[in-house]
Design a protein around this ligand. Structure first.
Ligand code: ACO
Length: 321
C-alpha cells in the first residue's frame, strides 16, 4: 500500500526578548544598525539565556506541534532533530528530546546538515513514512548558534540567532509531501565551518564559526535556485504553481535574489530574517510555523521549503498543506 506523509502540526520557540542591532552596539560590538540592515535585512534576533539548551527549546516547539496535530508524544514512532549545536556530544539531542517528552521506543536520531538540516530531516522522515515502517514523526530544527559565535568577529556574530521549530508528520492516504531533493558538495567545506573538536579533554582547532561571506552568498543564490527548480520538476509543477516559498533565512538579499530568479512575487515569500536573524536549522520550521499560525498558509496550498548551509549542503522539499 502506498503511504504519503502530511503535515499535521507545527510549533516554534524563540528565547527571550528580541536583541536589536542597537543592543549589539550597546554591548560593545563595532557595528551599526545601518550596516547590518543594509547588508542582511536583520533588525533583531533572539539569544538563549545562559544554560538554556537546544533540547529545551526543541521541547517547547515540539509540544506546540504535537498539540496542533492532536497527537500524544507517547504515540510518536520517529523523532529526528536537526542541529549543529547539540546539548551533548552524545546522546543525540533527539534522544534527550524523547526523554523530555516522555516517549519510549520511537526511532530517534540527529541530522547534521547545518542550515539545511531541517529540510534534510523532513525529507528523511517522509521516506520513513512512505516506506510504511513509521506512521507518526516529529521533526525539529533547534539551535543555539550564539554559543559557537566569535563575539569579537563582527562579520559573523551579528548574523545569527537562537530558536527551535517543529513539525509533526503523519501517514496519510492523500499526498502531502510531493517531492524533495538533497545535495552536498564537500569541496566547499572551508567556506562555512566550525573547524574544532574536543579531544583529550581539550578543545583542539577553532571552536568558532568561520565564514567566507561572499563565497557563501554567491553559492547560496545559485544552489537555491537550482534545487527549487529540480524539486518543482520532480513534482511535475512549475514555480508559478507554488503558493508559498519558505527559503532558509540567512540574508534578505539571498532570499530576494532567489525569489526573483524563480519569478515569484515577494508576497509569496515568507520572511522572518528581519526579526530572527539566521537560526540555522531552526529557520525554516520557525518561518513555516509563523505563516501557518497567522493564517497565511492554508490547507490545500503548495509550499516549497529550501535550506542551504555548511558542508556545503542544500535541499528543497515541496508539500501540499
Ligand atoms: N558592521 C560594520 N562593518 C562590518 C561588519 C559589521 N557587522 N562586518 C564587516 N564589516 C566591514 C568589513 O570589515 C569590511 O570593511 P573594510 O571594507 O573596511 O575592510 C566591510 O564591512 C565589507 O565587509 P565584507 O565582508 O566584504 O562585506 P559583504 O558585503 O560581503 O557582507 C555579509 C558581509 C553580510 C556576511 C555577506 O557576505 C553575506 O551576507 N554573505 C552571505 C553569508 C550568509 O548569509 N551567511 C549566513 C550563514 S550561511 C548560511 O546560512 C547559508
Amino acid at each position: 500500500m502506498t503511504h504519503y506523509s502530511r503535515l499535521a502540526g507545527t510549533g516554534g520557540y524563540l528565547p527571550g526578548p528580541p536583541v536589536t542591532n542597537d543592543d549589539l552596539v550597546a554591548r560593545g560590538i563595532n557595528t551599526s544598525d545601518d550596516w547590518i540592515v543594509t547588508r542582511t535585512g536583520i533588525r533583531a534576533r533572539h539569544l538563549a539565556a545562559p544554560g538554556q539548551t537546544s533540547c529545551q527549546m526543541a521541547t517547547e516547539a515540539a509540544l506546540q506541534a504535537l498539540d496542533m496535530a492532536g497527537i500524544a508524544a507517547a504515540d510518536l514512532d520517529l523523532i529526528i532533530v536537526a542541529t549543529s549545536t547539540p546539548d551533548y556530544i552524545f546522546p543525540s539531542t533527539a534522544c534527550l528530546l524523547q526523554g523530555a517528552l516522555g516517549n519510549r521506543g520511537a526511532t530517534a536520531f540527529d541530522v547534521q546538515a547545518v542550515c539545511s538540516g531541517f529540510v534534510y530531516a523532513l525529507s528523511i522522515a517522509d521516506k520513513f513514512i512512505r516506506s510504511g515502517t513509521h506512521q507518526k514523526a516529529l521533526v525539529v530544527g533547534a539551535e543555539t548558534f550564539s554559543r559557537i559565535l566569535d563575539w569579537q568577529d563582527r562579520g559573523t556574530c551579528v548574523l545569527f540567532g537562537d530558536g527551535a521549530g517543529a513539525v509533526v508528520l503523519e501517514a496519510a492516504e492523500e499526498s502531502g509531501i510531493l517531492a524533495s531533493a538533497l545535495h552536498a558538495d564537500g569541496s566547499l567545506v572551508k567556506i562555512l565551518s566550525v573547524p574544532g573538536q574536543i579531544a583529550h579533554g581539550q578543545v583542539t582547532g577553532d571552536p568558532f564559526l568561520r565564514m567566507e561571506g561572499q563565497a557563501v552568498f554567491k553559492t547560496a543564490v545559485r544552489v537555491l535556485t537550482e534545487v527549487a527548480r529540480e524539486c518543482c520538476a520532480a513534482a511535475n509543477l512549475a514555480p508559478a504553481d507554488l503558493d508559498w516559498l519558505i527559503p532558509h533565512q540567512a540574508n534578505i538579499r539571498i532570499i530576494e535574489a532567489t525569489g526573483k530568479r524563480m519569478g515569484l512575487v515577494s508576497d509569496k515569500v515568507v520572511v522572518t530574517v528581519d526579526r530572527h536573524g539566521n537560526t540555522s536549522a531552526a529557520s525554516v520550521p520557525l518561518a513555516l510555523n509563523e505563516a501557518v499560525r497567522d493564517g497565511r498558509i492554508r490547507r490545500g496550498q503548495r509550499v516549497l521549503l529550501e535550506g542551504v548551509g555548511g558542508g556545503f549542503t542544500w535541499g528543497a522539499l515541496l508539500f501540499e498543506f
